[in-house]
Ligand binder design. Structure first.
Ligand code: HEC
Ligand code: HEC
Ligand code: HEC
Length: 459
């Protein structure tokens, strides 16, 4: 397997360093994560019979490391893969990812397999110190010992790199790693994935990958005020900070500045009308494999997840993940603030002028057919999860900065230009909010009214 990686400059974090020292609400049980029940075989991808057992183990480990997307966080821009040093910005300070190459002094060369297992399962390093949950051990805790063994074998096989990441810059009290023990009592369910024997092997494989190595919930599950994932709302959509990369302007390096982080809504992945309800199992599998399908294209942080992780998985595994996602209970979401007829009227005008040419007045988009105008080919907006997300952050990012999927093959969507930079048509915050209101409430779509202030914070 050859890996072509794609890197962003800064990933702003998620759970990070959460909330120690804040009042701890209610019962621990209410906050603890749900655990699935029973027991399952995790099969590695088929590999050639000629290999030595160690080579086969390393190859299996390479595959699992791709499934876990370790490289995205453990590689700084311009640095060697896995050597660490990527800054993860959190509200409590900056955490730098560790060097996980087998260098004895600066990496994990001195670590035993048991120590790696403890880090992944319990969030504790070789010295017994707590790691911050910006490292998604709350998901990796589900990874079987057998798979950790393969991951260990692979990480030991990569070239050692001598590089010490900068020291974390965390403010007091978040610089006290010991406080993570309290956080872990609330949010870490230290247990390997337990297969559900009432479900198929494919479903269990999908659940294992989505919940475990894939750590999809790190972005797609909403968090409580302590930064813990809300188990009862698992995969119903989360909001967090991440880069905006304006790929259309890559050439003239507009907006490529490091640290251009903006809120992103990682959409509802349940089969609700506002989530992936309109997507078939094949649609989901195709998106994970290639970054696009007939309905959508990965254009934001998800493009990196696809490029570095899910596109390297076998068709059987991306399909298994799709089967699992399709089986989730559809999320019920309330519309916070409804849209007025005047907002709809203003939004319709803006849509007709700026969007309707490609996405059509019906919102059905212009499919890639033999006789289609290639400059207008575009996905449907009807039933779209980005548009209907409770938080409009990703929709606003598209309108301002465009949509640019990483081109993994020639069936990808063309790039959609951003309106902030390209057209300079002078849409102010109010107009953009009306436009968003209109697409969120046309053609059967349902979404709450967008506050112009939400647009302002994303400029
Ligand atoms: C979302 C980002 C992210 C992903 C994905 C990620 N890590 Fe990390 N990892 C981090 C950060 C940040 C740290 C440093 C945490 C700290 O300082 O407390 C870290 C620390 C570690 C450590 C501790 C190293 C040390 O010297 O203390 C190990 C081991 C590790 N990661 C392994 C992995 C493996 C294996 C994977 C893939 C299966 C992975 N990580 C995926 C962000 C990530
Ligand atoms: C020049 C043609 C064109 C115009 C004009 C255009 N779009 Fe797009 N749009 C596209 C293409 C192509 C994509 C797919 C790009 C990708 O995913 O990388 C897309 C993707 C999208 C998506 C994301 C779909 C998904 O889930 O992946 C949304 C939402 C969207 N457009 C909304 C709008 C809005 C709102 C406007 C008007 C402000 C607009 N578009 C104007 C071509 C266009
Ligand atoms: C680093 C955060 C992050 C992780 C991890 C992540 N996602 Fe996403 N995902 C996003 C964001 C943000 C979007 C919105 C669109 C984009 O970025 O292109 C998204 C979009 C999607 C979409 C497309 C929705 C649409 O309507 O266009 C699917 C499907 C998806 N993610 C599935 C997954 C799965 C399955 C996993 C786990 C393997 C996963 N994601 C992991 C952040 C993430």
């Amino acid at each position: 397997m050859t890996l072509r990686y794609r890197f962003r400059s800064i990933r702003a974090a998620i759970a990070a360093a959460v909330l120690i020292g804040m009042p701890i609400p209610g019962s621990l049980n209410a906050l603890a994560q749900d655990a699935p029940t029973a027991e399952a075989p995790m099969t590695p991808p088929a590999d050639s019979a000629a290999q030595s057992p160690q080579a086969a183990l390393i190859q299996k480990g390479q595959y699992l490391v791709a499934a876990g997307d370790c490289v995205s966080c453990h590689t700084r821009p311009g640095g060697e893969p896995f050597a660490g040093g990527l800054p993860l910005k959190t509200p409590f300070g900056t955490i730098y990812s560790a060097n996980i190459t087998p260098d004895a002094d600066t990496g994990i060369g001195g670590w035993s397999e048991a120590q790696l297992a403890r880090a992944m399962h319990e969030g504790i390093d070789d010295q017994g110190h707590h790691l911050y949950p910006a490292f998604p051990y709350t998901a990796y805790t589900k990874v079987t010992d057998e798979d950790v063994q393969a991951i260990y074998a692979y990480l030991k096989s990569v070239a050692p790199v001598s590089y010490a990441p900068p020291k974390n810059e965390m403010s007091f009290p978040f610089n006290q790693r010991g406080l993570m023990a309290i956080w872990n009592r609330l949010f870490l369910k230290d247990a390997r994935y337990q297969p559900d024997s009432s479900k198929s092997a494919e479903w269990n494989r999908g659940a294992y990958l989505v919940e475990g190595l894939g750590h999809c919930g790190a972005c797609h599950t909403p968090r409580n005020q302590l930064g813990g994932e809300r188990a009862s709302l698992a995969l119903t959509g989360g909001v967090y900070q991440d880069d905006v990369i304006d790929a259309v302007h890559e050439q003239d390096v507009v907006r490529e500045d490091e640290g251009m982080v903006r809120p992103w809504a990682a959409v509802d992945l349940t089969p609700s009308p506002r989530g992936l309800g309109a997507w078939s199992t094949d649609d989901i599998a195709a998106y994970l494999k290639t970054g696009h399908n007939i309905r959508a294209g990965a254009f934001g942080p998800m493009a990196e997840v696809v490029a570095n992780s899910t596109s390297h998985l076998t068709d059987a595994d991306t399909r298994a993940m799709a089967v699992y996602l399709k089986s989730l209970t559809p999320a019920a979401q309330e519309i916070a603030k409804s849209v007025t007829p005047d907002q709809m009227r203003q939004g319709e005008i803006a849509f007709t002028v700026r969007c309707g040419d490609c996405h059509l007045p019906t919102g059905l988009g212009s499919p890639r057919t033999a006789d289609a105008d290639p400059t207008k080919v575009s996905p449907p907006l009807v039933g779209n999860a980005i548009i209907q997300a409770p938080d409009p952050a990703s929709l606003i990012n598209i309108i301002l900065y465009g949509a640019h999927e990483t081109t993994l093959n020639d069936k990808s969507w063309p790039k959609m230009p951003g309106f902030e930079l390209d057209f300079g048509l002078g849409m102010d915050d109010d107009q953009i909010s009306y436009l968003a209101d209109y697409v969120r409430n046309s053609w059967g779509n349902q979404g709450g009214a967008v506050d112009p202030k939400d647009v302002a914070r994303q400029r």
